[in-house]
Design a protein. Structure first.
Length: 340
C-alpha cells in the first residue's frame, strides 16, 4: 500500500485536517475499500491522480478493473453506468466539468431517474455523478458553470453541492451508498481549501447544515458562495449584524424546513448563488417559503450572476461577474435596514 493510501485508510471516525481535494479522494478510497461493488471511471481519472488531483493513488490501490479511464463520450459512459447499476454494481462517474453534463442529457434526464419507476420499483439505480463545477479557474464560458440547478426539477434524481472538505467527504459517501442516482457538485475553486473532516461520516440525505446561528438575517448559499458567505458573516458581525448561515448542501431535495425555521426567527433572507437567479434553487426556495406563508420583515434578496451575461475568460472580468464578499455584505446590510 502506498504512503498516500496508507494515510487515507486511517481510523474511521477520526477527525483529520484535509484539503477539499483530499477529502474527495478519501471518500472515494473509503467507499472503494468498503464495498467491492463500487467502481469509478471517467475521462483521465487515472492519469497522474486525475485532472484536479482528486483521484491520487486509487488505480494503484484498487486496480484498473475498478478504476479506469473512458473515451470522451459522456452520454455513452453514463449509459454504461446505468447498465452496471442494474447488474448490481455501484458506479461513480466523474465529469471533468459540469458544463459537460448536458452532453449526457438523455441518460441523466430520461434514463437514470426514470428506470426505477418504469421497472415498477424492481430495479435500484445507485449511480453517482461527480460533477466538477464553478468559475475562478479562468477556463472560460464553456468550462465554468456550476450547473447546480440544471437538474433540480427531475423526480427520481438527487443533487448535492459540497462547500467544504467535510461536506465533500460526507456528501460523496452518502451519494455512493444511496440507491437513487445522485449528482454531487464539487467546486474547482475550493480544492485547495482546508478544514476538519470526520473520517467515516456519511451525510444525511436532504438535510441542510446551519453553520452559524444568528438572529438578524438568514444567508443561504452553496459551493464557493458558502465560503464567501462565511467571510461576509464575519464582516457583518463587526457591524453588529448577527447572521444565521446555512449551507444548503442538497439542491434536490431542498431542505425548506430548515430554512423556514431560520427565516421564521430572523424575518430576512439572502440567497447567494454562483448562477443566474431565474430558474435556480434560490428562486425555488423563496417560492417554497412564500407558499408556506413565511412572514417577512424585509423582502428576500438574491446575490447571483447577472441574468444576461456569460462568464468571461478574462480574469478581471470573471472576478467582476461573480458574487463577491463585498456584494454579499452590501445586500445583507440593505436587507437589515429595510422593512417589509
Amino acid at each position: 500500500m502506498s504512503t498516500q493510501t496508507e494515510a487515507l485508510s486511517g481510523a474511521l471516525e477520526a477527525i483529520e485536517e484535509m484539503a477539499y481535494r483530499e477529502a474527495v479522494n478519501a471518500a472515494l478510497y473509503d467507499e472503494l475499500a468498503a464495498d467491492p461493488d463500487v467502481v469509478f471511471f471517467g475521462e483521465d481519472v487515472t492519469n497522474d491522480g486525475g485532472v484536479f488531483k482528486t483521484n491520487y493513488g486509487l488505480v494503484e490501490e484498487f486496480g484498473s478493473a475498478r478504476v479506469f479511464n473512458t473515451p470522451i463520450c459522456e452520454n455513452g459512459f453514463v449509459g454504461v453506468a446505468l447498465g452496471m447499476s442494474l447488474m448490481g454494481l455501484r458506479p461513480v462517474v466523474e465529469f471533468m466539468f459540469s458544463d459537460f453534463l448536458p452532453t449526457a442529457g438523455d441518460a441523466i434526464v430520461n434514463q437514470l431517474p426514470k428506470y426505477r419507476f418504469m421497472s415498477g420499483g424492481q430495479c435500484a439505480v445507485p449511480v453517482t455523478l461527480r460533477s466538477i463545477s464553478g468559475a475562478t479557474g479562468r477556463f472560460g464560458t464553456q468550462h465554468s458553470a456550476t450547473g447546480e440547478s440544471w437538474f433540480m426539477g427531475h423526480p427520481g434524481l438527487r443533487v448535492a453541492a459540497a462547500s467544504s472538505p467535510a461536506s465533500a467527504y460526507s456528501l460523496l459517501r452518502a451519494a455512493i451508498r444511496d440507491n437513487t442516482p445522485v449528482i454531487v457538485h464539487e467546486h474547482k475553486g475550493l480544492y485547495g481549501t482546508k478544514g476538519e473532516v470526520r473520517r467515516g461520516e456519511v451525510a444525511e440525505i436532504g438535510k441542510a447544515a446551519v453553520e452559524r446561528a444568528g438572529s438578524d438575517l438568514t444567508i443561504v448559499s452553496t459551493l464557493l458562495m458558502q465560503h464567501r458567505a462565511r467571510q461576509a458573516r464575519e464582516l457583518l458581525a463587526e457591524e453588529g449584524i448577527d447572521v444565521e448561515l446555512i449551507d444548503l448542501r442538497w439542491i434536490r431535495p431542498l431542505d425548506v424546513d430548515t430554512v423556514y425555521a431560520s427565516v421564521k426567527k430572523t424575518g430576512r433572507l439572502v440567497v447567494v448563488e454562483e448562477q443566474v437567479h431565474n430558474g435556480g434553487w434560490g428562486a425555488s426556495l423563496i417560492s417554497s417559503l412564500a407558499i408556506r406563508g413565511v412572514t417577512w420583515t424585509a423582502a428576500p434578496r438574491a446575490v447571483s450572476l447577472p441574468n444576461d451575461l456569460l462568464i468571461p475568460y478574462s480574469p478581471p472580468l470573471e472576478d467582476e461577474i461573480l458574487p463577491s464578499v463585498e456584494r454579499i455584505v452590501e445586500v445583507a446590510k440593505a436587507s437589515v435596514s429595510d422593512s417589509a
